[in-house]
Design a protein around this ligand. Structure first.
Ligand code: C5P
Length: 221
């Protein structure tokens, strides 16, 4: 067999949602299935990379040849990602919670007899991707992010490319049938400084192969 496109490279991929615990029985989560990130990790491994997959809570099998680290919260994901560095490529496909409860309530939060409302006190989670992209001692040659948007997909993606200082961002529309969260299919557009590539609707496993090809191209550029 010919050498893979990512032969000899180490790739760290994050995938899935994070769950931010409120109390022993409740959490804040999101609808990410982890399918896209797992497909990207599998594809990178098929192309000869050494792959560490940092996975939030998902119901998916570990792809062949991939080293998997399971985590629950954004804070745990951050720790696992940094523990996996240095690497050549970071692909942040996880849907990391943007906010987490300010404090974990060790006892179950009870309904109060009086109020009809309950306010949750939330704090920003660390932006793992932006932090990884700023790290200069991590050996990274390419940092790739994902952007799931309901509207203004290209504008928001280009903004994130710049603000998080990424080399590549993959944008997809969520909230439409046949794409985004939970779906086996997706459609996406990749943006990099000075270029873009459209990936028409296809199974996530096929799109992952296309993305890994693009990653290999951008590495050479
Ligand atoms: O800003 P937004 O969450 O839409 O950006 C999405 C990209 O940033 C994804 O690649 C996601 O994995 C990453 N991200 C992260 N840590 C966060 C929030 C997002 O790594 N706290």
């Amino acid at each position: 067999a010919p050498p893979g496109l990512l032969q000899g490279l180490k790739v760290v991929v994050s995938a899935g949602p994070t769950y931010e615990d409120l109390d022993p029985v409740r959490y804040l989560g999101n609808r990410s299935s982890g399918k896209m990130g797992f497909a990207v990790a599998a594809s990178a491994a098929r192309q000869g990379a050494q792959v560490v997959l940092v996975a939030g809570p998902v119901q998916l099998d570990t792809p062949p040849g991939v080293q998997r680290v399971d985590v629950r919260s954004a804070a745990q994901m951050r720790a696992a990602v940094f523990a996996a560095l240095p690497a050549d490529i970071y692909i942040g496909a996880a849907a990391v919670a943007d906010y987490a409860p300010r404090a974990f309530a060790p006892n179950k939060i009870k309904k109060t007899g009086t109020g009809e409302t309950l306010a949750l006190d939330l704090v920003r989670t660390p932006d793992i991707l932006a932090e990884v992209a700023r790290r200069e001692d991590a050996g990274l040659k390419l940092v790739v992010g994902f952007a799931a948007e309901t509207d203004h997909v290209a504008d928001y993606a280009r903004q994130k490319l710049e603000s998080k200082r990424l080399d590549l961002i993959v944008a997809n529309r969520v909230g439409v049938p046949g794409a985004g969260f939970e779906s086996d299919d997706n459609a996406m557009t990749a943006f990099w400084p000075g270029g873009e590539r459209d990936f028409p609707p296809a199974p996530k496993v096929r799109l992952a192969d296309g993305l890994v090809e693009l990653v290999a191209e951008r590495l050479k550029a």
